[in-house]
Ligand binder design. Structure first.
Ligand SMILES: [Zn+2]
Length: 322
């Protein structure tokens, strides 16, 4: 496949490739079912999208909500796990906008808003020594805008973006801040116009994550900070709970190694990386471990836990050399 250049290394071809894949499938006379499948997926890749190595192995398989089989690979070099081939964005969008997604993933979402506000303040406090004290903050994947609301209360001028219009509507009414419904990939903010970009639930949801991360970093001023959280897919906890992070809506799972490489490629310097402390419900922890257990009453108990495989990061955009 033809490669384009960037960062002095090979960069994978962009998304047009899926048209080729689709055309090829039609050309060899596959069944209607197989043709439907190919139109739902991008072309598979034989290279890791972070380190560009080709030492890949199948990692896990799941049936997607679209009833198609999904496959995820793992890069033996940097540890990145990624869907291969990837479900196309329109198909993924159908998963996200189903009410069952929010219900299954988050229970009664709005009921837990006070918990999220409390956790947002803790996160902001943990990041505070490393970030600007005021300025413009963009919260991507903001859901109801709970983190943006907390940041606004702490003196930041905030904008929030989320794909789910119901969440945005709730947040606008609840907090009266600038929240916008849409996909991050479609946003068109001015370059170098934000002091901080925060992303708390978007560690695995970008179809073309390199292009999207480049765009996001472009919105930051030089010296501006990315606040980010991700689940370390290479963490030892997965020896005990191997299904953590294995979800149909996960395009990729970062490891420490792959995340450091990605940040370096984007000109971002990691200035803080630490485990997080969260207040959550017992059932939420159990759901993440995927051991098929649900506790009816005691499961609603609130607990404060250290989340060993969930990392909180502050990365600073390097200022250009004069
Ligand atoms: Zn890799």
């Amino acid at each position: 496949m033809k490669q384009r250049r960037g960062y002095g290394k090979e960069v994978l071809p962009k998304l047009q490739a899926y048209h080729v894949y689709k055309g090829h499938a039609c050309g060899v006379g596959l069944s209607t079912r197989a043709m439907e499948t190919t139109t739902m997926f991008a072309a598979p890749t034989d290279k890791c999208p972070v380190c560009f190595g080709n030492d890949l192995e199948p990692d896990f398989f799941l049936t997607l909500p679209t009833n198609q089989p999904g496959k995820w690979d793992r890069c033996r070099t940097c540890g990145l796990m990624f869907m291969n081939p990837r479900l196309l964005p329109d198909e993924m969008y159908k998963i996200y906008t189903k009410p069952e997604y929010w219900g299954a993933a988050y229970g009664n979402y709005f009921e837990n808003e006070p918990l999220r506000l409390e956790n947002s303040q803790s996160r902001l406090d943990l990041c505070a020594p490393y970030i600007p004290k005021s300025g413009r903050l963009l919260d991507l994947g903001c859901a109801t805008g709970f983190f943006a609301a907390v940041a606004s209360k702490n003196g930041f001028d905030v904008v929030g973006v989320d794909i789910n219009p119901d969440m945005i509507e709730f947040g606008r009414r609840q907090y009266g801040i600038d929240l916008r419904a849409g996909r991050v990939e479609d946003c068109d903010f001015c370059p170098t116009s934000f002091d901080i970009v925060s992303m708390w639930g978007l560690d695995c949801h970008f179809f073309d994550f390199r292009a999207t991360f480049e765009k996001i970093v472009g919105w930051l001023k030089p010296g501006g900070c990315l606040l980010f959280a991700y689940q370390d897919y290479g963490h030892w906890i997965r020896w005990f709970f191997p299904k953590i992070k294995q979800e149909p809506n996960v395009y990729y799972g970062l490891t420490r190694e792959s995340f450091v490489r990605l940040m370096r490629q984007l000109g971002m310097q990691i200035v803080m990386q630490r485990t997080s402390v969260e207040v959550t419900q017992l059932n939420r922890i159990i759901a993440n471990l995927k051991i098929g257990l649900r506790l009816p009453i005691i499961g609603q108990t609130k607990v404060r836990i250290i989340t060993p495989s969930y990392l909180l990061v502050v990365a600073r955009k390097e200022a250009p050399l004069n």
